[in-house]
Design a protein around this ligand. Structure first.
Ligand code: NAP
Length: 256
């Protein structure tokens, strides 16, 4: 019997089969979880997510732009109606306008700053607030960050500031929801070749650098992110909340 047999979760942030959220979904399916999915409200996003999830027959697969409260309300209402509860949520969403990543951080526009923060950091708060009432048997929420939220990684710019806010939101949410036995944690992933990563200038250089610098002498595999998600979403991490776990082959421990 799988570790997640009888468990129900919502996965937000699958764009395609190279998404971190999809790697996590595959690990969860492998352990018997039942999953609901959201996708951006566009026909192409829906087509891509549906093609991946449909073989597993999700009861909920809905459009959701995390900037829209009404979209979020509809998704959690649908989960309540379809399942009656949720055991976990995977939040794997980020966006910044391309020019805000290309330009130095000092030139970031007010509008770009708000947009990136809204989608990449505030959305976790909005999601947690709606998920908590459904987590009637306790629950676990995870999100995905990057080392650029702790240290300056040239080119990561605005997204680094979003990740700093995201990681600290994890701690405040863990505090707020802890007494309901809802845990909130974060995976700080090493650089992965995904659609979002294509928007980070110098991403290939970053991956090459990580390759040389990590104690393990390699970059992270998607399966390793999936395995850490299983740990954080499941019983084995029952005493862990408010943490950011680096799954980066050790990149973040090296100063040189
Ligand atoms: P990805 O496959 O492109 O996933 C990003 C997801 O965010 C996509 O599904 C995208 O939808 C969604 N999204 C963007 N704006 C949204 C909005 N307004 N409402 C709802 N969803 C929205 O890339 P990924 O690399 O797996 O990224 C997942 C998470 O991991 C992000 O938080 C990213 O910052 C983080 N991360 C990535 C890396 C890396 O190297 N790739 C490393 C560390 C952390 P559409 O594709 O349909 O637009």
């Amino acid at each position: 019997m799988g570790m997640f047999e009888g468990k129900i979760g919502l996965v937000m942030g699958v764009a395609n089969d190279r998404s971190i959220a999809w790697a996590i979904s595959q690990a969860l399916y492998g352990e018997g979880a039942e999953l609901a999915f959201t996708h951006l409200p566009s026909p192409s996003s829906e087509r891509r997510v549906r093609a991946l999830a449909e073989p597993h027959g999700p009861k909920v697969l809905l459009p959701c732009d995390v900037q829209k409260d009404e979209d979020l309300d509809r998704v959690f209402q649908a989960c309540a109606e379809a399942y009656g509860r949720l055991d976990f949520v995977v939040h794997s969403i980020a966006f910044a306008p391309p020019q805000e990543l290309r330009n130095p951080y000092v030139q970031v526009s007010r509008a770009g700053w708000h947009l990136a923060m809204d989608i990449s950091a505030y959305s976790l708060v909005a999601v947690a607030n709606r998920a908590a009432p459904l987590m009637t048997q306790g629950g676990s929420i995870i999100t995905i960050s990057y080392y650029g939220g702790e240290k300056v990684i040239p080119g990561y710019n605005m997204m680094g500031v979003c990740k700093a806010a995201l990681e600290h939101s994890v701690r405040y949410l863990a505090w707020d929801l802890g007494r309901q036995n809802i845990r909130v944690n974060c995976i700080s992933a090493g650089p992965m070749r995904t659609l979002s990563a294509a928007g980070i200038s110098g991403f290939d250089e970053l991956r090459d650098h990580a390759l040389k610098k990590t104690p393990l002498g390699r970059n992270v595999e998607f399966e390793e992110l999936g395995a850490t998600a299983l740990y954080l979403l499941g019983k084995m991490s029952g005493g862990v909340t408010g943490e950011t776990i680096h799954v980066d082959c050790g990149y973040s421990i090296v100063g040189l």
